[in-house]
Design a protein around this ligand. Structure first.
Ligand code: ZN
Ligand code: ZN
Length: 356
């Protein structure tokens, strides 16, 4: 699907919602619908037209980037020209992305319109990926896999957690990534019990587990992968946690297919971990969608619920966190298909010992 096809689909969504226009302020949604990549833009979509407001820094670039979209160069404050391009009537705003202050300013500039809070209209289109998007995610995954494989082979080589994170990011950039898709996590020993640990300037300890959570960005699209590496002989509790986490991860991958409810897939992994008596140590959801955003719909967790569809890209990442001891998380990225899933991540998930 191309950008004009996405525009046609959002036009249909507006008709279904009874909206005369949607003011798109989330920059990722703007990129998805128009092709514009920049730090300041507002896209006004009606069932039949698109107008991008941006500032003079993007005069030349915007016109080459966008497709089927009129570009209006406003002052740095895009609100100055807003009333010219927004029709009267029912006008949707993205409630999840607009601050209260900005909504008040919209209301001040668009006095003739009825502002309607909306949620997830563009995100709903983004959940199922097009072939071109899948190709970008595959390439981002290949790059991250290569960097992680290099770490496994080379070992930590005396690097601290923070230096390891920087090395991984550098290798990914050398291999063509636009950058890391999020702040890389490297967490050894007891630090690994924090699911979102920040890498420290501390040596990687021996005889423990090290959680390495990383991803690359390519052509705007993210990848996401976690491997937990051993640095020698493990204490029994961590060895058991690894085995249980891997069993849970494999069970969830085996159950992942179109038609399955996200919460049911979460339950598959959660059940394996609970049966091993470690249910209290898996606090977060099983996974999330990945695309232009590193975390996006669908959410694989107990709350809410969505049916998996062919073409969704999701992570499967159970974790077990033992406070004061260490943690394990194993995360693959997969494309949902009619009869299963295509696992993109190629780095093996069997327990791997790496030198420090
Ligand atoms: Zn991750
Ligand atoms: Zn993730």
């Amino acid at each position: 699907m191309s950008i004009p096809a996405r525009q046609a689909r959002i036009g249909e969504v507006l008709r279904e919602e009874g909206l005369d226009a949607l003011v798109v302020t989330d920059l990722v949604n703007i990129r998805y619908l128009s092709g514009f990549v920049g730090s300041n833009g507002v896209l006004v979509v009606t069932p039949a037209s698109r107008v991008l407001l941006t500032d003079s820094r993007y005069t030349a670039a915007a016109r080459t980037m966008v497709e089927e979209t009129e570009v209006v160069i406003a002052g740095r404050d895009l609100m100055d020209r807003l009333a010219e391009v927004v029709p009267q009537g029912r006008v949707g705003i993205e409630a999840e992305h607009v601050t209260v202050a900005r909504r008040d300013r919209f209301a001040g500039r668009l006095s003739g319109a009825e502002l309607v809070p909306t949620a997830g209209l563009v995100e709903g289109l983004r959940v199922v990926k097009e072939e071109e998007e899948l190709e970008a995610i595959r390439e981002a995954t290949r790059i991250a896999d290569a960097a992680l494989s290099r770490l496994v082979e080379e070992g930590f080589a005396g690097r601290t957690e923070a230096a390891t994170a920087w090395a991984l990011e550098g290798w990914m950039r050398e291999m063509g990534a636009d950058g890391a898709s999020f702040d890389i996590i490297v967490a050894g020993g007891a630090h690994g019990a924090l699911p979102h640990a920040v890498p420290r300037a501390e040596a990687i300890p021996a005889d423990t587990l090290v959680v390495v959570d990383m991803g690359a960005r390519h052509a705007g699209y993210a990848s996401d992968c976690t491997r937990t590496l051993a640095t020698g002989t493990l204490p029994a509790a961590l060895e058991e946690a690894y085995a249980v986490c891997l069993e849970a991860q494999r069970a969830a991958l085996a159950a992942c297919r179109a038609g399955v409810l996200t919460k049911d897939l979460d339950s598959v992994a959660r059940g394996v971990i609970a049966d091993a008596g470690l249910g209290d140590h898996f606090g977060h959801g099983l996974g999330h969608g990945v695309g232009l955003d590193i975390h996006e719909r669908p959410w694989l967790r107990q709350e809410g619920g969505e049916v998996l569809q062919t073409g969704m890209v999701v992570t499967i990442e159970p974790g077990i966190y033992l406070e004061g001891v260490g943690g394990v998380r194993i995360e693959d990225l997969a494309i949902v298909t009619d009869d299963g899933c295509e696992v993109l991540t190629r780095v093996p998930t069997d327990l791997t010992t790496t030198s420090i």
